[in-house]
Design a protein around this ligand. Structure first.
Ligand SMILES: [Zn+2]
Ligand SMILES: [Zn+2]
Length: 662
């Protein structure tokens, strides 16, 4: 996903959204309701407890905490799993401080490594990559994708993990770069089949842990919090976590030492010299790694076509200040990505400066902010946050709402406000709505619809200058390629044209043209080192792609079901019902035609009657010629009716004959 992605898909079908909720077992009734006696949200109360636990737990096996704000699954709905269901396949690995720091270059690698992207190329979402050696395999990221418009009724798409399962004896762990859905979203599904430990930084792991609690898997999965600069050893693979910046905190790049050399997986990154929270990207470490020699860099390509540098998240804070200064008499509503904690921090800071109370609204927003608050990744000044129930107690000009729905997601809070369906908030002329994001490609129309609705309610909508990207633009990519100086550039994370541009950038800063490699999902890229000599091959291809999740069904909806759904959606259906006598084969009743999504029957009575007559003729023919095989009768009805309708109105509905016997 390009930016934060904790929202739902922008599909407007209610069923879809409900289905997605059913899958993750999140209960809206339990969200955002808890408060202290004075009505303030309880974001900070669990801080001390959470931190203490976090520090003391080496193994970080999650225990659900008693924070009332935390949306929990209802006990009765939560699946109960035991270790027999998903046995832990391997223990946790040894972790050490990076010894490689400042070391002399090491030139003699001997052996080979395979890099296998199982998703994430040619799509936005579903990032997952296998790194495999003779006897070890690890998986970098395990994300989901939201369905495209032609995936009717599909809630989510998760990666096909057949290949990993075929090498399960080698599987040692998941290493996760950051906490966006397109990097962690498929873990609850995949862990049910491959239960190995997860290694990630603090916030990333907390977001994963919340997912596992919702799915009843938290007690069965081992997780290990990694600090930047720490290395975990998996047999002949070593993985070091290196600090980067992104639109969510705690994003990491991975420096993976393999028998064939060091491979750097950048994850999603930007270069932010003045981040809102925490440190800058560890450019020094990237340079050190580069000096020691890097075999390949698998790099974010999302913004490779945008020239220049990506702006600092801090610049957005200044814009908020201007907007707040200019609109001192209005209520301000800011829509942004739920996962962009730094953005929320800046809105809260500005609100506090202008003495406004803040309401956080939207399930995913409350989720992420409460996790970030427990871990002290966000600082909320005392008394700033109020519950939505108390909004009415303050005049408009003293309040700010921070909400989900900046991508026009139909069930998100902003869409509900815009369409007058929100329980607590109605939009009016005294509202200034700030859209603090750019539409992700494909969401433009949904965003337009919400903005139109807001404008019709006479709200002022501000679209400009309150968003910066979380992905590196061209000059930032050039900087990282120049520091790392990889022998091979393998652009990741982006559609083909993004990745092609990233390859061109790598070439422009010195990577050989024939060492800029373009992969497809499922390609097996193998590097083999023999001392100074390194070669590569892309020979085999393994099974890769998406598995559809629909409601509670995983993988049961395949291409054939989807084709039927598309056909039904485009052409509608006609059911032909007739009753035959058991022994004589005489027609006792019908044929009757029932249609859905085909024509409006009341206005097309003549057509439907003619169609019925056409079917009657087919049936009569069959009965006269003593065709008694029902399969044949059904085929003839289908063919006859289909021909008739095509000649008559050039439509091709799904035809379903039903024969009953008396
Ligand atoms: Zn991503
Ligand atoms: Zn991301």
């Amino acid at each position: 996903m390009k930016e934060g992605n904790n929202g739902n898909s922008n599909n407007s079908e209610k069923k879809k959204v409900e289905g997605a909720h059913r899958i993750v077992n999140v209960h809206k009734s339990q969200i955002g309701k808890s408060k202290n006696t004075d009505g303030k949200r309880n974001y900070r109360t669990a801080n001390a407890r959470a931190t203490a636990k976090q520090e003391s737990r080496m193994m970080n096996v999650p225990t659900p905490r008693k924070n009332p704000l935390r949306p929990r699954s209802r006990e009765e709905d939560k699946p109960v799993y035991s270790p027999e269901h998903f046995p832990l396949l391997t223990g946790t690995m040894e972790v050490s401080e990076s010894k490689a720091k400042g070391r002399k270059p090491k030139h003699s690698f001997q052996g080979s490594v395979k890099v296998i992207p199982l998703g994430g190329l040619d799509q936005i979402g579903m990032n997952i990559t296998a790194i495999e050696t003779e006897d070890t395999m690890i998986i970098v990221d395990c994300g989901l994708a939201f369905p495209t418009d032609d995936m009717l009724g599909i809630d989510l798409v998760i990666p096909d993990i057949s290949y990993i399962k075929s090498k399960i004896h080698k599987m040692k762990g998941f290493v996760i770069t950051h906490g966006h859905e397109d990097h962690i979203g498929a873990l609850p599904y995949v862990l049910q089949q491959i239960n190995v430990p997860i290694y990630a930084t603090k916030l990333t792991l907390a977001l994963i842990q919340r997912k596992l609690v919702e799915n009843g898997l938290d007690k069965l999965v081992k997780m290990k919090t990694m600090k930047f600069g720490q290395t975990v050893n998996f047999g002949d693979l070593k993985v070091e976590f290196v600090k980067t910046n992104h639109s969510i905190q705690d994003a990491a790049a991975l420096a993976i030492t393999t028998p064939a050399g060091v491979i750097i997986h950048t994850g999603d990154f930007k270069v932010d010299y003045t981040p809102v929270f925490g440190d800058q990207i560890d450019l020094q470490r990237f340079a050190e790694l580069g000096k020691n020699g890097v075999l390949a860099m698998l790099s974010d390509s999302t913004n490779s076509q945008k020239p220049g540098f990506t702006m600092s998240e801090k610049t957005v804070g200044r814009t908020f200040d201007l907007i707040f200064a200019e609109h001192q008499n209005s209520r301000i509503i800011v829509a942004t990505f739920a996962s962009n904690v730094d953005r929320v921090q800046q809105i809260i800071d500005t609100a506090a400066k202008y003495k406004r109370k803040v309401v956080v609204e939207g399930r995913s927003m409350v989720n992420v902010i409460s996790v970030a608050s427990e871990l002290e990744y966000i600082h909320i000044p005392e008394g700033t946050l109020i519950d939505i129930e108390n909004l009415k107690d303050y005049p408009d000009e003293q309040t700010v709402l921070i909400t989900t729905g900046s991508q026009g997601e139909s069930m998100a809070a902003l869409s509900r406000m815009a369409s007058g369906m929100h329980r607590k908030v109605s939009i009016g002329p005294n509202d200034v709505v700030v859209m603090s994001s750019h539409p992700i490609p494909g969401n433009e129309r949904a965003v337009d619809r919400v903005v139109n609705e807001l404008c019709k309610l006479h709200a002022k909508v501000i679209m400009q200058d309150t968003h910066v990207s979380g992905h590196a633009c061209a000059e930032d990519l050039k900087l990282l390629y120049s520091l790392v100086k990889p022998k091979y550039a393998v652009p990741f994370h982006g559609e083909f044209h993004h990745r092609r541009s990233a390859a061109t950038l790598a070439e422009s800063v010195g990577v050989d043209k024939d060492k800029c490699l373009m992969l497809d999902n499922g390609d097996v890229l193998e590097f083999t080192a023999n001392g100074e000599e390194v070669s590569y091959s892309i020979k085999e291809k393994v099974q890769a792609g998406g598995v559809y999740v629909d409601g509670l069904g995983i993988g049961d909806v395949g291409n054939i079901v989807l084709r039927d759904r598309q056909n039904l959606a485009q052409n509608g259906i006609i059911v032909v019902v007739l009753t035959l006598e058991k022994y004589s084969g005489h027609l006792m009743a019908g044929p009757d035609l029932i249609s859905r999504g085909f024509v409006y029957v009341r206005e097309s009575e003549d057509l439907m009657e003619e169609a019925r007559v056409a079917v009657q003729d087919v049936v009569d023919d069959c009965l006269c010629t003593h065709v008694s095989d029902w399969g044949k009768i059904k085929t003839q009805i289908k063919d006859g009716l289909s021909d008739f309708l095509w000649k008559k109105i050039k439509r091709n509905p799904v035809i379903l004959p039903v024969i009953m016997e008396v």
